[in-house]
Design a binder for this molecule. Sequence first.
Ligand code: NAP
Length: 265
Amino acid sequence: MRRLFPLPADERPAAPEGGRWSIDDLAEAYAYPEPAASGRGVWLRANMVSSLDGAAHHEGRSQPLSSAADMRIFGVLRGLADAVVVGAQTVRQEGYGPARERDVFVRRRAAAGQGPAPAIAVVSAGLDLDFSAPLFTRPVVPTLLVTGAAAPSDRIEAARHAGAEVVFAGEGTAAEPARLVAALAERGLRRLLTEGGPRLLGELVSGEVLDELCLTVAPRVTSGEAVRIVNGPGMQVPVDFRLAGVLEEDGFLFTRYQRPGPAAE
Ligand SMILES: NC(=O)c1ccc[n+]([C@@H]2O[C@H](COP(=O)([O-])OP(=O)(O)OC[C@H]3O[C@@H](n4cnc5c(N)ncnc54)[C@H](OP(=O)(O)O)[C@@H]3O)[C@@H](O)[C@H]2O)c1
């Protein structure tokens, strides 16, 4: 794996000696900015993968677009996060389990005042989720369920019974993006990672709470009907991001884009 941007002459070598990026090298490359830099006291980063032709999945899964290096970065981004925010359809379709406690992150997480693994925060309005699954019954740290106050009360009870912490972030059945991130921040979860899917990301982008997009561009073309990585309401004015970094391995580009901070606006 090599660094394409920032250019090697700017600061760091293009790759550590031997060309092999350790987990620590990647953790340094993807260190979270101070949550205060967003102006909201929370930093929300998304990690997504896309084919060259813009598909966010192939036959309903993102795995066919991924690679070994992509999965390493996926693991590092989880290892750095306080919480992973994910849409209910991705949980259902990708069979989400709890985040693992990983030895390589134990010291780093403890030093950063983080729990042993990130909490998974599932966002759902209908709550049609399998609350008997290990994601809810056997997590390393309790799974959060983010929903609206009018979500089905029997399902809320079922989630609580399974051990989930229910977080209300809206008056209807949906969670409002700004309230969602504020509710997680209130619980001390300020370094947030969302793994999508596209509809949840659409909500977060249109709610103007996304600070960073880590986008893997896979050197594959899939054609077909798959949606893009952001699948939300159209915007009157496109939102600008600035390039913060690019790594490359086996033709996969690991890009990192950030919203200009409040100081730059
Ligand atoms: N390329 C990638 O990096 C990537 C990443 C993740 C997923 N994917 C793929 O994307 C597909 C699934 O994506 P998707 O867009 O259909 O689903 P999604 O965004 O994961 O989930 C959509 C669901 O999330 C809940 N939701 C979203 N916004 C909400 C809000 N504001 N308040 C309350 N609930 C909210 C709703 O759940 P309820 O229906 O329960 O109410 C909604 O139906 C899968 O094929 C998966 O493989 C790709």
